[in-house]
Each structure stands twice: as structure tokens, then as C-alpha cells.
Design a protein around this ligand. Structure first.
Ligand code: HEC
Ligand code: HEC
Length: 237
């Protein structure tokens, strides 16, 4: 069969053309769906020394408080579960403080000096980071809305608001400053990840400053609070 094809030049060149056309179609499909090769972003991530402060391979490495305190930045091995792709690419281009306080500190302010990337780098690194997932987040479980049960939990029952900033009454920023700000959680975080994060602290944060709510909140209440937080939108400029 192969011998037969090779002996006819015309057919051979048709086969090459056919292969090239298929190749081009696949490439165009990849480009139009925005699914490029995460390896390009990974190369930039290494070249720009992001690896110095962030680890990107799971599972969680922290076993002791020391392990957490020696980290220079948040782990990114489940970035694709945690973030929304558009927010991530935008933040890499123009990183604004997420934690009001410096990473791992309760006394020093966040200096807002995170390295930034150019537009091309931000896009490919964003794609790379979005390819990193834990396999522990079920998509489509949390429906975001103005969830009054979630609000009760967040602001009164388990005051999440004691440690997290959010937009309170009269659009004034309220809440504590020891945890990451949740003011823009609705555009920054994946609501399904928020629920998984509350449910599976051992997977995402075996060592953490935030209390464990497993046993304190039912699965339903966790879903309510994830639905409420997932609806936080930043103020329009
Ligand atoms: C000197 C250490 C350091 C370097 C180098 C560094 N980062 Fe970070 N990164 C941090 C810290 C600290 C934070 C938390 C910032 C905040 O809360 O505002 C952070 C936050 C992030 C976040 C958000 C993570 C989260 O869970 O909130 C992403 C994404 C990120 N960095 C990507 C990168 C990329 C890409 C590079 C390379 C261009 C990079 N970082 C280089 C220290 C670093
Ligand atoms: C005692 C302070 C404290 C309380 C109370 C608290 N958190 Fe947190 N939370 C933190 C800290 C600190 C982090 C950063 C990770 C860590 O060290 O645990 C965090 C991380 C998070 C994150 C991830 C944010 C990010 O960008 O990485 C979410 C979502 C979150 N908390 C939601 C909640 C909800 C919902 C509640 C209430 C049910 C709550 N938190 C109660 C301190 C707190």
C-alpha cells in the first residue's frame, strides 16, 4: 500500500497537500478558540523568574507553618481552578494589590510592587497558568447571586468580613484587612473554586491562617456563601 502510494508522485503530493491543509485547519481552530500551547507561557514564566516566588506543581507542599512562612508568594499549581481567565491576563499586565497586607505579614502593608508583564507575555502566561488545575473542582456547582443566606454567614454568622474586605452598605468598602480582599471576587475568582476551597482545605491550603469551616458550615451553607462572594463586583470606573 505504502509502496504503491510512493510510486505515484501525483498522489504523494496530494497527500502532502492534504496533510498541510489539515494542519492549518487545526492551527486556525486553536488560534480562534484561544487555545494556544501552554508551553510558551511556561517558558516566559521561567525566563521572568516567576518561579523564584511561585510553585506550579501540585499537590500542596506546605506541611508546617515554617513551610508557609518561607514562601515568597502564593502557590499557583491550581491557578486554572481559582481564577477567571480574563481577570488573570489583565492582572499580569497591571498587577494591583490583592492582599491589603504584605504576603505572610499582619503588620506591613502590601507595597504593590509585583512584577508586571507586557501584553503578549501576560496573554501567554495567563494561558499557561489557566492550564494548571487540581482535578478537585467540579464545574457548574455554584450559581452566583445576591444570596441573603450567604450574606448572613459572611457578615454575621461566621464573620468572614472580619478578615476580608468587601463592598458593604452604601457601596463603602468594609471588612478586615488580614485576608485577601474579596471586593472584586466576582470577576477574579471561580465561584466553583470558592466552594471547593471551603470544602477541601487539605487539598488547597493544608497550612493556613484562615479558619477551617468544615463541620461549622454545612455543604449547603458553604454553597450559599460561595454564591454570595462570587457575586461581588468591583465598582465601575
Ligand atoms: C518576589 C516574589 C515574586 C515574584 C518574582 C513574582 N511574584 Fe507573583 N506574587 C507574589 C506575591 C507576594 C503575590 C501576592 C500579591 C498580592 O496579594 O497583591 C503574588 C501574586 C501573584 C498572583 C496572584 C496569586 C494569588 O493567589 O493571589 C499571580 C497570578 C502571580 N503572582 C503571578 C506571577 C508571575 C506570572 C510572575 C512572573 C512575572 C510573578 N508572579 C513573579 C510574589 C512574586
Ligand atoms: C481569621 C481571618 C479569616 C476569616 C474569619 C475568614 N478568612 Fe478567608 N482567608 C483568610 C486568609 C488569611 C486567607 C489567605 C489564605 C490563608 O492564609 O488561609 C483567606 C483566603 C480566602 C479566600 C481565597 C482568596 C484568595 O484570593 O486567595 C476566600 C475565597 C476566602 N478566604 C473566603 C472566606 C469565607 C467565605 C469566609 C467565611 C466563611 C472566610 N474566608 C473567613 C482569612 C480569613
Amino acid at each position: 500500500m505504502i509502496h504503491c502510494l510512493n510510486s505515484y508522485d501525483g498522489r504523494k503530493s496530494m497527500r502532502v497537500k492534504f496533510t498541510l491543509t489539515i494542519g492549518a485547519i487545526i492551527l486556525m481552530a486553536m488560534m480562534s478558540t484561544g487555545r494556544a500551547d501552554p508551553a510558551a507561557g511556561q517558558a516566559v514564566f521561567k525566563a521572568r523568574e516567576c518561579v523564584v516566588c511561585h510553585y506550579t506543581e501540585g499537590p500542596a507542599r506546605e506541611k508546617t507553618i515554617e513551610d508557609q512562612l518561607t514562601k515568597k508568594g502564593p502557590e499557583l499549581w491550581y491557578a486554572g481552578d481559582k481564577f477567571q481567565a480574563d481577570w488573570l491576563a489583565g492582572w499580569l499586565l497591571d498587577p494591583k494589590p490583592i492582599r491589603p497586607m504584605k504576603f505572610n505579614s499582619l503588620t506591613e502593608e502590601n507595597a504593590g510592587d509585583h512584577p508586571s508583564l507586557n501584553a503578549e507575555e501576560a496573554a501567554t502566561v495567563g494561558e499557561y497558568l489557566m492550564s494548571l488545575t487540581s482535578g478537585e473542582v467540579k464545574a457548574g456547582t455554584v450559581k452566583v447571586k445576591r444570596n441573603s443566606k450567604g450574606r448572613q454567614i459572611f457578615t454575621k454568622k461566621m464573620p468572614c468580613s472580619g478578615c476580608h474586605q468587601y463592598t458593604g452598605r452604601k457601596k463603602v468598602i468594609a471588612g478586615g484587612r488580614s485576608g485577601p480582599s474579596l471586593v472584586d471576587a466576582g470577576v477574579r475568582l471561580n465561584p466553583d473554586w470558592i466552594l471547593a476551597y471551603l470544602k477541601k482545605p487539605k487539598v488547597f491550603k493544608p497550612i493556613k491562617m484562615m479558619p477551617v469551616f468544615v463541620g461549622l458550615l454545612s455543604d449547603k451553607d458553604m454553597a450559599n456563601v460561595a454564591s454570595y462572594v462570587g457575586n461581588f463586583k468591583p465598582k465601575k470606573k
